[in-house]
Design a protein around this ligand. Sequence first.
Ligand code: NAP
Length: 549
Amino acid sequence: MAKQRINVLLVEDNPVYSRLIQKLLTRSEHQDFKVSMAGTLESAIERLGVGSFDVVLLDLMLPDSAALDTFYRLRAHDMRTPIIIQSAMDDVGLASKAVEGGAEDYLLKDGISSATLTRSIHYAIERTNARGAEWSSSMLHLAQQQFLKAAYIAGLDPNIRQRLLFPERTQIAALPFKRDGVDQVETVFAYRVQHVLTMGPTKGGLRYHPEVSLGEVAALSMWMTWKCALMKLPFGGAKGGVRVDPNTLSKDELERLTRRYTSEFIGMIGPDKDIPAPDMGTDAQIMAWIMDTYSEHVGYSVPSVVTGKPVVLGGSLGRHEATGRGLAYLVGETCRLIGLDTDRATAVVQGFGNVGMHAATFLSEMGVRIIGISDVSVALHNPNGLPIDKLKDYVRQNRQLFGCPYGEIIPGRDLLELHCDILAPCALQNQITAENSLRINCRIVAEGANGPTTLEADDMLDARGIIVLPDILTNAGGVVVSYFEWVQGLQNLTWPLKEINNRMRDVLTDALARTQRRAQAEKVDLRTAAMIEALSRVGAASHLRGLFP
Ligand code: NAP
């Protein structure tokens, strides 16, 4: 079979190293590399302008440019070609910053081999190609950059690192379902993604949202892997999604859609395979339909195929409110550690769905004054404190907060910038960014949502001494109690609520303590520390199981 030709632009001013790279590439048995050379940034930009390259190998220290400037200037001229940083041992920090800024990978010059070099090039090109269409997602990009940052610091085995950058299994379906009353069949895209199969069955929510894509579901499945590993649960990460706005569907339409989703993905899910749970736009009723459809298919009742189902069908006490309750536990623990009295503290909560509503409820039960809250329809501000129970009654009757008389209406974008002690983004991803992070005015960011803070914003908040309690820790209460639900289901037992809450608190506070110890030992922020803690577990499990065959 003919070898595939790969055009490499090597930007390097050291002739000895340039010769070494050329030698290593020509040794490759599987690929044919054509290497072009540039000794300065200016000549590299020129060559990129006229030639067609598959990948750039870039030394950051050149005669006419130094450090990150080199990467950003080259990137500004060419947004698409993947860039792999060539780094000396003492420039590792710089190289990992370039990776955070969008470079595909970095390689240490010391100890470079033909295998590491060709593999890194191969994956850099694959990842760039894969970013088209369905995979193109700012969330997946964020999840991958967070992972790469932690993997470098943790010294994760490069074989495992490449494997974990993308999910192990994905399935896409074009789902047809009947609309009410009219002779019309709607077809929507649906996904189920399993990121890691090493740790046990996979576990993850099912999201109904009009902007769901494969990339988004993949990112969420990655975060589930880290969350389960950080909590020491025997699961790998998974996630599902349907690209649909559930608010536009009747209950009957939702039921038909959900049953069809279950039957399309029936080969992937199961109590020992992959266990869905509620996420954005789905709830206990939807889990009940999944359970019923699955049970009909196999011929007997299988409650453990889902978690977050109604209690009467084997759901766990405390699961519905677990994510918000867990967030409140961790905020309480953090307040205790930094000497912030919760009776005097204020909080702003973005989102008034499952996570936001319960987070606000339990924070206010701890004495925290909730001065701002929002949903899609409106953002409300009341410096004297919003009456959460009355807001819940209002939403029960009117579905959304719009028209609720207990606070002043403010623009949604201003909500996150209100002065408060605790800011809890509990709605969407990408809410705290480089654009608004300097205006974030709180002491603690408690991430109820998945992926609400970008990597750049993370650094900016860290530099200002704002504590970010990362999503994989802060919103893990849901999956912890889902695990309890699964265990209770398998054993046909029901645990009392008090026991469930106490066990959840123990699991979460243990994970917080381990994360804090890691953060101090590695001198990194809490997110990176939590990721390293999780990665070390997944890495160890992968090594112990080995690779089949
Ligand atoms: P949910 O019940 O569907 O609630 C989402 C909330 O966010 C709703 O109040 C929605 O408003 C609001 N929202 C949507 N877009 C908004 C915007 N642009 N501005 C302000 N509010 C907005 O979903 P959820 O289960 O609470 O999930 C929220 C987040 O938590 C997601 O990132 C999810 O992945 C994460 N999470 C959930 C769980 C869980 O157990 N449910 C566990 C871990 C993580 P409307 O009601 O008006 O549409």
